[in-house]
Design a protein. Structure first.
Length: 280
């Protein structure tokens, strides 16, 4: 199930409430890092690596599958990204971002694949899909903030909406098997961020996030690890318009276990980003 509705209240918060505070600009608003609002639209040139295992309900282990090598999904893809921030006080900032990585592929594997309760035979046509939708929300507090540099620490929440599936022939009959994992209780990460203005027009951004979690969500046990890193250089082309180049790294390893089965999904994506943005 897609969760685009999550963006709507944040959009209202960022761009509806913010102008109330626009009266009487303080000195820090004139600093290169002092913009109250910023929105970036970009293209993410993602290199992808995905491993999935779906066990059967009878306790039989599923096959650990590389969706790129075994099932023919593209190992690289260009996807749009959107990100925004709101500095609602001098040292307090909210960040949001969204993107999705939906892929499908066709293959004929050389080995049998056990996926859930079904066994797909080798050397038969097989179709697969893997859809990932990510919505991130973060808060940070600046322990250092002046005209040229900022060092901030905070907490981010990552809403991961995953769906995987296969379609092939089982015992001579066509069959589609799918499994979805939507984490309504979001995966958190501790974050650090450093920004440096070489000049009023050239700004370096570096951020790092990490978290590991093991918890019970009702009837489901969730174990997960997240590593996220980003660096970029931004050029303030005009007063309210910028362009930039960056590099993103993201690694998620999530295992869910309930009375029915165990699902283990490990996916990594990294690559450069090109973006343009507005700030004010």
């Amino acid at each position: 199930m897609r969760r685009y509705w999550l963006i709507l209240p944040l959009a209202f918060l960022l761009f509806g409430v913010g102008p109330v505070y626009a009266q009487g600009e303080p000195e820090w608003r004139s600093w290169p890092l002092g913009q109250r609002f910023g929105v970036d639209l970009g293209a993410f040139f993602a290199n992808l690596e995905t491993t999935v295992r779906l066990d059967g309900t009878n306790g039989i282990l599923g096959t650990s599958i590389s969706f790129e090598q075994d099932l023919g999904l593209d190992d690289s893809k260009i996807r749009p990204m959107v990100a925004a921030h709101w500095r609602f006080f001098k040292k307090h900032r909210l960040d949001v971002s969204y993107f999705n990585l939906d892929r499908s592929g066709d293959s004929s594997t050389t080995v049998n694949i056990r996926f859930g309760d079904f066994n797909f035979q080798a050397n038969l046509p097989l179709q697969a899909f893997l859809d990932i939708e990510v919505f991130n929300l973060g808060y940070s507090y600046s322990v250092l903030f002046d005209e040229k540099k900022e060092l901030a620490f905070g907490l981010a929440l990552s809403f991961q909406d995953l769906a995987v599936g296969m379609q092939g022939t089982v015992q001579g009959q066509p069959l589609e098997v799918s499994e979805g994992e939507s984490f309504l209780a979001p995966l958190p990460t501790f974050t650090g961020r450093f920004n440096y203005a070489f000049t009023p027009k050239w700004i370096l951004n570096v951020s790092l996030g990490f978290f590991t979690i093991e918890t019970d969500l009702g009837e489901t046990q969730l174990d997960g690890t997240i590593v996220a890193a980003m660096t970029s250089i931004k050029w303030q082309l005009f007063k309210h318009f910028n362009v930039g180049l960056g590099y993103n790294v993201f690694d998620v390893d999530v295992e869910t276990e309930n009375e029915r089965r165990i699902t283990d999904i490990d996916y990594q994506y990294n690559g450069p980003t090109l973006f343009m943005g507005a700030s004010f």
